[in-house]
Ligand binder design. Structure first.
Ligand code: ZN
Length: 503
């Protein structure tokens, strides 16, 4: 009797584990759909597996590796496995951006960009994976590689290895910008005024899982079966929200984001057609929610205007708050916004994750004006250089908007230039500039959308005295310190009509 019960108990478990081994015999990830009851339940499930998207009819689509899937099975929800289709398109004409390059063609193309346009383009080999494949980026700017008073901007694509529209659009964007420099005024202005970084392929092991010759066996995860877009430090869930160590790909990006102070970036994905703005991890709205809605809608509107038949109009006319759509913990978008003070959103570029290559030119036509507009946003808002009022040395200082900033929405100026870039929806704001050892300074400015306010700021170090008023003819004028108290100091520095003295 006891034996029978034990047997009965064991059978379902044996059944499941065999099933799992079978499911994962071909590849280490599975794609499936399931019905959920409410958003709360879905958020809990998304802690276990990697929700890819959800529909309005309470059906979610998700990926899982073996461990994640076995955790999911323990919840006891019905699911349907979606078999991986390996398409094979015939694209004999490889001239018109209507094909996916082989891995080697991709590497050669990146090198050729730098070789053909050495004065405005550099290739950076950010790191090599165990497979030997590399994470590559190009940097495009006049005086490329020199630090200048410019915002740094980043496009990166396909950290989900099978979401490949952005891979080709990024390559084509590089080609378009480089060839447009000196011919197209808008592109020339962008190259002259922005430090542009473009990484077309953030997960080469995923994209070329089936071998370097094509992308038709691409997977979402990396070679360790980890979802790279759940592998970042999270504002709410801490350092390792997915329980995995940082993957090589993640460490490479953490290093890049640490060394380049990107002010705006976008992360290209696929599987839907919508611009997804922060936050993903919690229901809080960002301090700049109206700015996010504005630039996201600008992106979507331009895509719609440059395409036909309902492209890029998913959810709220092509835009959505991330959490409102579905929760993501450990995503790169939230990492960049919260920890790097960068404005990053997620572009879902095509319903088909790996579009028919013949559709790539149409996707380009729909997206490139939006991609250019979004880059241009990095020139808008308020910007300038922050220096020490006495020495003129550039400073890394905090720029905070009184009564507005929250959840890390403030920014810092960057060394060695001291430049800051604060993008914000139009309005009148008080900006406070501060640094330890200096008197804070607050200025009032009115910002307009798609326009720039230039405001260089000198911060006065503690202990400095300043003449508030004096008569030029007076031999030894009365001096006052910064707080207006009389002091006995002598004038030592006179700068641009404003007299400063040091104790
Ligand atoms: Zn994705």
């Amino acid at each position: 009797m006891i034996k029978k019960i034990l047997l009965l108990l064991l059978i379902p478990f044996l059944g499941i584990s065999q099933n799992i081994n079978e499911i994962f015999s071909e590849r280490g990830e599975v794609y499936f759909s399931f019905e959920y009851n409410n958003k709360n339940q879905l958020n809990k499930i998304s802690d276990i597996i990697s929700v890819d998207h959800k529909t309005n009819s309470e059906i979610a689509y998700a990926y899982a590796n073996k461990k994640e899937f076995s955790d999911f099975l323990n919840i006891g929800i019905d699911y349907t496995i979606i078999p991986k289709k390996i398409p094979s398109y015939n694209n004999t004409n490889k001239n018109n951006w209507n094909y996916y390059p082989t891995y080697q063609e991709y590497v050669d193309m990146m090198q050729a960009f730098a070789d053909s346009f050495p004065s405005i383009c550099k290739i950076h080999h950010l790191g090599t994976l165990n497979s030997g494949r590399e994470i590559l980026t190009v940097q495009i700017s006049n005086n490329v590689g020199q630090k200048e008073n410019e915002p740094s901007f980043l496009y990166t694509s396909s950290m989900h290895g099978d979401e490949l529209a952005g891979y080709i659009l990024s390559l084509r964007l590089i080609d378009y910008i480089l060839n447009g420099y000196g011919n197209n005024q808008k592109l020339t202005d962008l190259v002259n005024n922005i430090d542009i970084w473009i990484n077309p392929l953030a997960n080469p092991d995923g994209a070329y899982y089936g071998g370097n010759q094509d992308v038709w066996s691409a997977i979402r995860y990396n070679a360790n079966w980890v979802d790279l877009n759940r592998n970042y430090p999270d504002p709410e869930d801490g350092l390792h929200p997915d329980g995995n160590p940082y993957q090589t790909e993640t460490n490479i990006f953490l290093g890049l984001a640490d060394s380049i102070n990107f002010s705006i970036s976008a992360n290209m994905h696929g599987g839907a057609e919508v611009a997804n703005y922060p936050w993903d991890t919690w229901s809080n709205l960002t301090a700049d929610d109206n700015w996010w809605q504005y630039v996201s809608q600008e992106y979507a509107d331009s895509c719609q205007a440059n395409s036909g038949n309902g492209y890029f109009n998913y959810l709220n006319d092509g835009i959505t708050n991330g959490w409102d759509w579905y929760e993501v913990d450990g995503g790169r978008q939230d990492y960049m916004n919260y920890f790097r003070y960068c404005r990053e959103f997620t572009l879902e570029l095509s319903d088909n994750k790996t579009p028919n290559p013949n559709d790539l030119p149409m996707l380009w036509d729909a997206n490139y004006p939006s991609l250019i507009n979004y880059m241009e946003q990095s020139l808008y808002g308020i910007r300038g250089i922050i220096t020490d009022s006495i020495t003129g040395q550039p400073l890394k200082a905090k720029v905070e908007i009184n009564g507005h900033d929250t959840d890390s929405s403030h920014v810092f100026s960057n060394l060695p230039i001291g430049n800051y870039h604060r993008h914000i929806y139009q309005g009148n704001y008080n900006f406070t500039f501060s640094k330890t050892g200096y008197y804070s300074k607050t200025i009032n400015a009115t910002i307009l959308n798609n326009d720039i306010v230039l405001e260089d700021v000198q911060l006065v170090p503690f202990g400095t005295t300043e003449i508030i008023e004096h008569n030029q003819n007076e031999k030894s004028p009365t001096t006052y310190d910064i707080l207006g108290r009389k002091s006995n100091n002598k004038i030592q520095i006179s700068k641009e009509g404003k007299t400063l003295i040091i104790e």
